[in-house]
Design a protein around this ligand. Structure first.
Ligand code: ADP
Length: 355
């Protein structure tokens, strides 16, 4: 039997083995590094990015199950190597030339204020003197162009097909949704989304940036996973509201990042309380303490508790984030502190003007 014959069959079977918790298979994930058939013993070498021992165990069992009944393979030996965090490049994640730090703002659940946090954080980091880019990765519901009041279109360079971001409020802005016509997202599914996302993230000409903030789509599915495996992240910020229903999904988001060895920068609790204008009273509309408890459970920092503030919504709708429009307001002070914390974490050795 030729090498091609058994290899093709083994690869086909391994494509049926999913990475635990995800719908992507271990081959397309880039986990299978090497294989050899010695007699009837198949030797596989896998490279994982998680130190969790349950993962290779589960994958090993599924690999053996998938090869059952395939005559030429009577036994399987699996050697696993756990790559250190920066070696996520083994699964395709790469830095972006000219970009010093890349962070993701994520949430399990939609509507918790993730994009609003990403926009105000980007603005705060730019106010502190950093060169900042913001990338709206939500194909199906992009909102950053509206939130930042961007009227500029995208510029695509003929020949190279490189995409140049718009610049608004001192922040380089790019939105995946801008590249698609009104009705195309619905037609874009599965592997096409993966290919489009990877191509998009690599094709943008960001230029020199200190920080690129990725506003991830809500959820913890394949598209989020594709993003975190395409660009090497320096950390992720998880946005939630105090309610259990949002916290459940925040937990899933944290688990997803941990699986691929991305550091959690911390939790941001949005819509934490409402203070009537001019009052210091705090009304816990969505409950209180949820973010703090979860942060403790997950051993991560609670970076900010952002109030429910109609001004935040109004500013977003008008295309000028609160951090710029009402920089002195109590809610903007919370964003400013968040910006300082993130800035200091990412650049412990430099002191941008506002840190
Ligand atoms: P997500 O990105 O999680 O889907 P958005 O950032 O789009 O959520 O926010 C959803 C809506 O809630 C928007 O209309 C936004 O202006 C509003 N919003 C977000 N955070 C706050 C807040 N702290 N106070 C008041 N409104 C908010």
């Amino acid at each position: 039997m030729s090498v091609h014959e058994w290899r093709d069959e083994v690869v086909t079977r391994l494509r049926g083995v999913k990475y635990p918790g995800f719908s992507r298979d271990i081959v397309s994930f880039g986990l299978v590094q090497d294989m050899a058939l010695e007699g009837t013993e198949l030797k596989l070498r896998l490279k994982l990015t998680t130190p969790d021992p349950a993962v290779p165990e589960k994958i090993g069992k599924e690999i053996r199950d998938s090869l059952k009944g395939y005559g030429p393979v009577k036994s399987v030996t699996i050697e696993t190597e756990v790559a250190p965090p920066q070696a996520t490049a083994s699964t395709g994640a790469q830095g972006i030339p000219g970009v010093k730090k890349i962070i993701a703002v994520a949430s399990g659940k939609g509507g918790v204020g993730k994009s609003t946090v990403a926009a105000n954080l980007a603005v705060e980091l730019a106010k502190a003197g950093l060169k900042v880019g913001l990338c709206d990765c939500d194909l199906y519901g992009p909102s950053q162009a509206l939130m930042l009041g961007c009227r500029e279109g995208l510029r695509v360079e003929e020949g190279t097909e490189r995409i140049f971001p718009a610049v608004v409020h001192g922040v380089g802005l790019m939105s995946m949704g801008m590249l698609l016509g009104d009705d195309s997202p619905a037609a874009l599914r599965g592997p096409m989304v993966t290919r489009f996302t990877q191509q998009f993230l690599r094709q943008v000409a960001w230029g020199d940036l200190d920080v690129l903030v990725l506003d991830l789509p809500p959820g913890t599915g394949d598209i989020q996973l594709t993003i975190v495996q395409t660009v090497a992240l320096d950390g992720a910020l998880i946005v939630t509201t105090p309610q259990e229903v949002a916290l459940i999904d925040a937990r899933k988001a944290i688990a997803m990042f941990r699986k691929v060895n991305v550091a959690i920068l911390g939790l941001v609790e949005n819509m934490s309380y409402f203070s009537p204008p001019g009052s210091r009273e705090r009304h816990a509309i969505f409950g209180s303490g949820g973010g703090a408890k979860e942060a403790e459970r997950q051993k991560v920092s609670l970076l900010a508790e952002i109030p429910l503030d109609p001004l935040i919504r109004q500013c977003s709708d008008e295309g000028k984030p609160l951090a710029l429009a009402f920089a002195e307001s109590p809610s903007a002070v919370v964003y400013q502190k968040l910006g300082t914390l993130i800035g200091k974490t990412l650049f412990p050795n430099i002191s941008p003007q506002a840190f």
